[in-house]
Ligand binder design. Structure first.
Ligand code: RTP
Ligand code: MG
Length: 140
């Protein structure tokens, strides 16, 4: 199995409730390694660019407001099968549908304020990592 990298965000609902450490612990326990990490506060325009793929969806404006409302923690995770593994630990988008033990089941407040983001494939992982980190900031 190849070692992969994926992009992860601890969203504002989680940073606000002081859950960053608890969420990172779950990712680490699943075998993912944090190889880059920083705390930032996005502008609405920066959030809009990140979520551009959703710009026609009814929740787009609300999502961009939310993601720029308070600081977030952005990170690069590395490990075997990291993209799928991260999505597995995160759980379903809607916490009501998420499996027991997943981050969203334990911590998410709603389908919108759902505590974490994770890349959904190799191409988006690469793009999203490059949007937030320079090569020098990623230390494997
Ligand atoms: P993410 O991109 O954040 O990792 O989440 P995801 O793949 O599980 O979900 P996606 O369909 O890509 O949606 C991106 C984010 O938009 C918000 N959302 N709100 N109000 C709604 O119906 C709704 N649906 C999605 C969530 O914050 C979701 O994570
Ligand atoms: Mg997504």
């Amino acid at each position: 199995m190849a070692i992969e990298r994926t992009f992860s965000i601890v969203k504002p609902d989680a940073t606000r409730r002081n859950l960053t450490g608890a969420i990172v612990a779950k990712l680490e326990q699943a075998g993912l390694r944090v190889v880059a990490q920083k705390r930032i506060h996005l502008t609405k325009a920066q959030a809009g660019k990140f979520y551009e793929v959703h710009k026609e969806r009814p929740f787009y404006d609300e999502l961009c407001e939310f993601m720029s409302s308070e600081p977030i923690v952005v990170q690069v995770l590395e490990g075997e099968n990291a993209i799928a593994k991260n999505r597995e630990v995160m759980g379903a988008t809607n916490p009501a549908d998420a499996d027991a033990g997943t981050i969203r089941k334990e911590y998410a407040l709603s389908i919108g304020e759902n505590s974490v983001h994770g890349s959904d494939g190799p191409d988006t992982a690469k793009e999203e990592i490059a949007y937030f980190f320079s090569g020098l900031e990623i230390v494997g």
